[in-house]
Structure formats: structure tokens, C-alpha cells
Design a protein around this ligand. Structure first.
Ligand SMILES: Cc1cc2nc3c(=O)[nH]c(=O)nc-3n(C[C@H](O)[C@H](O)[C@H](O)COP(=O)(O)O)c2cc1C
Length: 361
């Protein structure tokens, strides 16, 4: 499970760079300014949040802890930030809405069966989701070779090869079997049964729904159909950023899917400045990928992002301690942001700009 969470595509060059490239930027503090009051709050898509860190969509969170997406969404609401539920969630749109009273986005794909898209849009409207987030970087599944090496299957199988791992993690194993069975809850009604075989069929069903013929016209139709705040996730070029503006999206996530799709794409932080400059104030820009520290957040903001979004950052907490672990992960980042803003000399998120960062000579 750890390697499924931690790993990425092929040689993991993009994953390594997504984190490492933050080291190529340096913060330039300005001292002797009054920083007795620090306010890390901001807004995203017109909604106030307590600090500029959102929770990215991560499918099948139940693999890491039996409370999965419910735990993350509740922790995000407590931290007063956004939870972005994945189509591949192990708890459904409605399950999460029932437990989480905070800001919720739903991450979707353009499926071959456009009826499924319409169904999700209707369900999200009924459950009062704030925004729709279209992931555009899955035209094929990334080649995650770590999963081949570890023998990762979905759902997890208690195989002979894996018995030692399960035996060494008795609490995880016990919780896995003692809690309701693993399922892809958003789509389970499309495939009958609740057994492991049915889950495999479900995974095959959803994999078969990825449509390689999707274009910006399909995305534009989805923007219209939803009719509310719309986010495009997976933008890595000025070309695609301008397309997103053109079809009326409200925000873009500059993202490589955490390095899990096409390896050897740049680190999101390295393409951020050009993208932010090209779109100006026409659309909000969210940096997604490689954020592990408060200083990473400040660099992204200084280079033009309105906010950042994290995946593994909260998943590590989820795997370690469930909901309390996500609380801790988000809390640590928030503490770091506040402390680092004070040392940088910025009282508010608006004050963080290009004057406070440089590319290392
Ligand atoms: C275990 C895991 C599952 C993910 N599942 C999805 C998904 O279902 N949909 C999606 O758009 N992105 C998915 N992502 C990508 C995240 O939304 C996000 O882009 C990425 O984790 C950001 O990089 P970071 O982990 O370095 O913060 C997943 C990432 C991880 C680690």
C-alpha cells in the first residue's frame, strides 16, 4: 500500500523533480516589518479558506485506512479547506456529503458513457458540491512499475507472496477485513455484487470508461452542463492553460498527477511562473505536486499560484493514524506556513509575491 501511495510512473523522474525542484528556488526575506499578526487565510473560487492548502483527489483511500475519504474530508472541513473527492473514491459522493460539512469538490473524467458524466453532475448538484474538477491527464493509465514489483492488486489480495507484509501490519489487516468491503462506491451500482471479483469487474468497468477521443469541446460541454465553478486538473503548458480560460473554467491545477502519469514531464513548480503570467487574473491557479513543506507553499504563492493542493502529504498522515493523522499533516503545514510567513516578512497571503523568491543562480 505504501508503494502504491508513494510511487509514480516508470523511472519516477517527474516525481523526484516535483519535490526536488523546490530546492532550486530561494526565499528572500525582508526584515524589520511588523509581523506581529499573521493571517494565512485566503479565498479559492470565491470561498474563504483558513490557509492556502487544498486536499487533492486521491482514489481508493480505503487502501491506506478503513475510514478513507471520510477521514480526509472531515479533517479538511475541520481545517476549513477544500476536499476534492475522486471519482475512484471508496466512499461515495453522498457518503462524503453526509459526513463533511466543509467545501467539497468532485473530481471527474470525461467517460465514454456520457450518461455517467451527467449522473455524476446531477448527484453533485443534489449533494451541494461546490465545484467540479476535470482531470485531463489520464488518456491511458500511467505505467507504475513499483506496483508490478510489489504485486499490488486492486482489491488487495491476501496472497502467499504478500503474507509477510500483512502479518507485519496486523492492525491494518484486521481493520481491512473487519470493516465494510472495499468498493468503488461512486460506480458500484453500475456493476452487480460485492465480492472481490465484483470489485475487479468494477475496476475493469471504470478503466474501460477512459475515452482517448476526448477533446476541449467535450470539456467545454461539461463546463456548461455543470454551470458552476469548474477546475481543470493536469494543465502543464501555457497552451492548455489558455484553452482552459477559453472554455470558461474558473481555475486550473498545474499538475502531473503527482508524477503518476507521463514520466519526464517537468516539475509543476518549474512551469508555474510562465503559466501564471500567461493567464493573469483570468483564472485561478493552483499548484499541485511535490508540496511537503510550508516553504514549498510560500514559493508556489510567490511564483504566481493562488493556492496549492496536496496528495501524498495528507495520505501519509491517513496511513499512519487515520483522521487524526490527516489533522496532524494539515496542522503541521499550517504551522510551518504561519512561522515561515513571519520570518519571510509577509503578514497576509496577498503580500507574498515575486519579490520574495528567486531562482537559485
Ligand atoms: C494514491 C494516489 C491516488 C491518486 N488518485 C487520483 C485520482 O483518483 N484522481 C486524480 O485526479 N488524481 C489522483 N492522484 C493525484 C493527486 O490528485 C495529486 O495530483 C498528486 O498527489 C499531487 O502530488 P503530491 O502527492 O506530491 O502532492 C492520486 C495521487 C495519489 C498519490
Amino acid at each position: 500500500m505504501f508503494h502504491y501511495m508513494d510511487g509514480a510512473s516508470e523511472d519516477e523522474v517527474t516525481l523526484t523533480r516535483s519535490c526536488g525542484s523546490f530546492d532550486d528556488y530561494e526565499l528572500l526575506p525582508r526584515y524589520l516589518t511588523d509581523v506581529s499578526e499573521i493571517d494565512p487565510s485566503t479565498t479559492i473560487l470565491g470561498e474563504p479558506i483558513d490557509f492556502p492548502v487544498l486536499c487533492s483527489p486521491t482514489g481508493m483511500s480505503r487502501l491506506f485506512h478503513h475510514d478513507g475519504e471520510l477521514a480526509v474530508s472531515k479533517a479538511a472541513a475541520r481545517a476549513n479547506t477544500v476536499y476534492n473527492l475522486s471519482t475512484m473514491g471508496t466512499y461515495s459522493i453522498e457518503d462524503v456529503a453526509a459526513e463533511c460539512d466543509g467545501l467539497k469538490w468532485f473530481q471527474i473524467y470525461v467517460f465514454k458513457d456520457r450518461g455517467l458524466v451527467t449522473e455524476f453532475i446531477e448527484r453533485c448538484k443534489a449533494a451541494k458540491y461546490h465545484a467540479m474538477c476535470l482531470t485531463i491527464d489520464i488518456t491511458a493509465f500511467g505505467n507504475r512499475e513499483r506496483d508490478l514489483r510489489t504485486g499490488m492488486t486492486i482489491p488487495p489480495k491476501f496472497s502467499l507472496a504478500g503474507w509477510l507484509d500483512f502479518a507485519l501490519h496486523p492492525l491494518w489487516s484486521l481493520n481491512y477485513v473487519a470493516n465494510p468491503p472495499f468498493s468503488l462506491s461512486n460506480v458500484e451500482h453500475r456493476v452487480s455484487g460485492g465480492s472481490d471479483d465484483a470489485v475487479t469487474t468494477l475496476v475493469q468497468y471504470i478503466s474501460g470508461q477512459f475515452d482517448r477521443s476526448v477533446t476541449w469541446d467535450d470539456a467545454a460541454k461539461m463546463v456548461q452542463e455543470w454551470g458552476g465553478p469548474f477546475v481543470i486538473k493536469g494543465v502543464m503548458t501555457v497552451h492548455d492553460a489558455l484553452k482552459a480560460v477559453e472554455i470558461g473554467a474558473s481555475a486550473i491545477m498545474v499538475s502531473t498527477h503527482g508524477g503518476r502519469q507521463l514520466d519526464h514531464t517537468p516539475a509543476p513548480i518549474d512551469v508555474l511562473p510562465d503559466i501564471a503570467a500567461a493567464v493573469g487574473n483570468k483564472i485561478e491557479v493552483i499548484l499541485d505536486g511535490g508540496i511537503r513543506r510550508g516553504t514549498d507553499v510560500l514559493k508556489a504563492l510567490a511564483l504566481g499560484a493562488n493556492a496549492v493542493s496536496i496528495g501524498r502529504g495528507y495520505l501519509f498522515g491517513l496511513g499512519a493514524a487515520g483522521e487524526a493523522g490527516v489533522d496532524r499533516a494539515l496542522g503541521l503545514l499550517k504551522e510551518e506556513i504561519i512561522r515561515d510567513m513571519a520570518i519571510l516578512g509577509c503578514r497576509t497571503i496577498d503580500e507574498i509575491n515575486a519579490d520574495y523568491v528567486r531562482r537559485r543562480p
